[in-house]
Structure formats: C-alpha cells, structure tokens
Write a protein that binds this ligand. Structure first.
Ligand SMILES: NC(=O)c1ccc[n+]([C@@H]2O[C@H](COP(=O)([O-])OP(=O)(O)OC[C@H]3O[C@@H](n4cnc5c(N)ncnc54)[C@H](OP(=O)(O)O)[C@@H]3O)[C@@H](O)[C@H]2O)c1
Length: 388
C-alpha cells in the first residue's frame, strides 16, 4: 500500500480509502440490504492489506451503515483505521440536533472519538442551515474537546461557491470532492482541488469511477480501449481512472466504494503499485481522448463560460446543466443496472431559487450565450426530469 499525508499534522493515510456507501447488498443496489458477512470480509481484507481510512455516513444503506461499520471494526480493527463520518445537515432543525446525531453516530460506530468528521454534502441550499445553527463553530468545539480529530466537509456545488465555503473558515482540515477524469471541471473540479491545497487543506476524493461507470465504459470510450488493445497497449479502465487522480499530489485519499471481493483486490493492487502516482505522457494523451469522447456524448454542450450568469431570478444555469449532463451520462452508461438517483438528490438539495423550475423564461440568458443554447427549453426538460 502507498501512503500520503492527511491533515495539518501530516497523518499517514493509505491512498485508497474504503467508501462504505456501496457495500455488497442482496439486490446489488445501494438501497438493498447489506450482506454483512461479505461486507466484513471485504472491509477487513482491505484493512489487513493496508487501508486505514474508512468513510461512512449517517444516511448510507438506509441509515444502517454506521452500525454495520461499527460491527466490522470490532476485534481490534477500530484501532487500525481513521473513521470518517458526516453530519447530515438537512436533519439539523434545532440547536441540539447536531449533538444528538453525533452521539448516535458514536454509539453506532462504537467509538468515543470520530477521527474525521464532515458536514455532509455542502450545497448552497444547505448553507443557511450551517450558518443558522453555527455548525462550523460546533465542529471546532468538538475538535477542541478531542471528540473529533479532523474537521471538514463534503461538497457538491459550483467552484465559486466552493471558494466561498473554504474562505468562510481558516481552519478546515480537509474537504471531500467528487472528482474523476471525466469530471475535471465538474463541481469544484481541478480548480477546487488546487484552491483547497493552496489553503493548506487535504483533499479526499469521492466517486473516482463516477459511481462505477468508468470501470465499464461504453460506446466510443469502449471503442478507444479496444483499439488500443489492438495496438498492443493494455490500458485498463479502473487502473487509469484511479492513477489519474493519484497523479495529482494534492490528493491524499481516494475513496472507492467496493462492492465485490475482486474489486477490492484489484484496487488494492493498483494502490500498491510503485508507479501508482505517475502517468506516462502516452497514458495522459489517451485519457485526453477519453475525456473528449465523454464530453461529446453529453446532451447539453455548455462550456461553463457563465456568460448567462447571474440569472435575474437566481437560477444557477450551469449547475442545472451539469447535473442533467451527469444524470444522462450515468443513465446511459449504467443502463438499467442502477437506480441513478444521485443527481436527482443533488438537484433537490439546491435552493429553490437555483433550480431550473424557477426559470420565468425571460430569455436574457439566451441573448448572451456564446453557444446559442436553447437554455429555456433545456431548463424545462431538466425540471421535468428531476421532478419525476
Ligand atoms: N459525501 C458525499 O456527499 C458522498 C457522495 C458520494 C460518495 N461518497 C463516498 O465516497 C465513496 C466513493 O464513491 P463511490 O462509491 O461513488 O466510488 P466509485 O469508485 O466512483 O464507484 C464505486 C463503484 O465502482 C465500481 N467499482 C469499484 N472498483 C471497481 C473495480 N476494480 N472494477 C470494477 N468496478 C469497480 C463498483 O460498481 P458496482 O457496484 O456497480 O460493481 C462500485 O460500487 C462512497 O462509497 C462514499 O463513501 C460520499
């Protein structure tokens, strides 16, 4: 296993972390019943092989994940890892809720201290709650008292807002970002990774394989892999996707949700390679071609120039387009295999103003869009898609 530094004290963490949102389930879907014996075998094997960062959350697996992780980490495993879990901001409705939830998490995880604690899924729509209930001050106090080790947040919004959140507090230890080679400019993106790093924060990556899509690329992306094999280059989708992230030294841990034993074995092998964090020029060129094919397949050709912003009514046009594009790409790549609800959840946690449904069709944006996109039509489609 390879290791990198995490937190302002440079704690040694494995470059591969276990993401417990996708433990093996009976139905094969994230909302199914977890097969606990298999989950235990997978997670313990990962820890025995050097993984020392375990990510969970109150809401995963029908709110049962923390309890399951707590059981898996019995018999000496707890001491070998950093446990990361998150405060569901949307469940905080009063001053005492954060404390209550935190205590439930410690009970379920069977630990007094939570090593790594995150405000879960920071988006503009939840920012009022963070401020109203002083959740940053609350986290600082928990860290001062030693009940939390490192304090940070996971994030799903635009780069501009990311900067606002980072700047709201000097002492964030880290952030957790959705990041993969087809999402270099999605959400906080590469700019966010660089910005956080400049501010002394560690970066944890989630969805490195776009929820599994990049493990089995379809269409033109699959053709590119096949063509390269004919040419004698044995590029492997998971290997390239993970190493593309590790090629960036600003990133500490890459979380992978591994739902099968062969996935754990494969990802451990990649994370233990000597050259895990170094792509060749040839590999980088190949990834560039994959990125181009992916971008071409997106239904809305928005370049995120943001000329359309600000919308007089507060609709976040580029963010709505991004969620819709991700949603379409995942639906296409995963076919019927997945329920594909993540982008719907993200859409629904935007503020009322930001959503496509708030468009009054004034058309100001279309007059200025350099790509001449029919923005009003797209927003209408997005509203219908995410409402259903
Ligand atoms: N804080 C947040 O807001 C938030 C949001 C999302 C995720 N997360 C955390 O971040 C973790 C990582 O995100 P993610 O689970 O979406 O990661 P991911 O690596 O993008 O996707 C995981 C999926 O990729 C597939 N996979 C993994 N390794 C593979 C391999 N070697 N070969 C083939 N397929 C492979 C599996 O799909 P199949 O199961 O379909 O085979 C697995 O379920 C989550 O588990 C969770 O802990 C946090």
């Amino acid at each position: 296993m390879n290791f990198r530094k995490f937190g302002r004290d440079g704690h040694k963490v494995s470059v591969l972390g276990y993401g417990c949102m996708r433990l093996p389930t009976e139905s094969g879907k994230t909302d199914g019943t977890v097969i606990e014996s298999e989950a235990k075998r997978l997670v313990r094997h990962a820890i025995d092989s050097g993984v020392n960062y375990i990510d969970t959350a109150k809401v995963y697996h029908d709110s049962r994940c923390e309890e399951i992780v707590g059981k898996i980490l019995q018999n000496g495993y707890r001491e070998k890892v950093l446990i990361a879990t998150k405060l569901p901001i949307w469940d905080v409705k009063s001053k005492t809720d954060a404390d209550r939830i935190f205590d439930e998490q410690r009970r379920d995880l069977k630990t007094d201290r939570i090593d790594v604690y995150l405000l879960h899924n920071i988006q503009r729509g939840y920012w009022d709650t963070v401020q109203k209930f002083d959740l940053i001050e609350w986290g600082i106090k928990k860290r001062e008292s030693g009940e939390i080790g490192y304090f940070g947040f996971s994030f799903h919004d635009s780069y501009d807002f990311f900067v606002e959140v980072v700047n709201a507090y000097d002492g964030w230890d880290f952030c957790q970002l959705q990041y993969n080679y087809v999402g270099e400019s999605v959400q906080a993106g590469r700019c966010g990774v660089n910005y956080a790093s400049k501010r002394g924060m560690s970066v944890v990556v989630m969805e490195p394989l776009l929820g599994g899509c990049l493990a089995n690329p379809l269409g033109k992306m699959a053709d590119l892999f096949e063509w390269n094999q004919h040419e004698g280059r044995d590029y492997q989708p998971v290997d390239l996707a993970l190493r593309w992230i590790w090629d960036q030294p600003q990133i500490s841990v890459v979380l992978s949700g591994m739902s099968a034993y062969n996935q754990v074995k494969q990802n451990l092998k990649i994370a233990s390679r000597k050259d895990y964090g170094k792509l060749t020029q040839e590999e980088l060129q190949f990834i560039l071609r994959l990125q181009r094919e992916y971008d071409k397949s997106l239904p809305i050709k928005c370049t995120k120039c943001r000329y359309c912003m600000p919308c007089p009514d507060g609709v976040d046009i580029p963010l709505n387009f991004e969620l819709y594009n991700n949603h379409s790409a995942i639906t296409k790549m995963k076919e019927e295999k997945s329920e594909n609800i993540l982008n719907k959840i993200l859409y629904n946690s935007m503020s009322k103003q930001q959503k496509a449904s708030n468009c009054v069709k004034c058309g100001k944006c279309e007059k200025i869009c350099p790509q001449n996109l029919p923005i009003r039509e797209y927003l209408k489609t997005i509203n219908i898609t995410f409402k259903s």
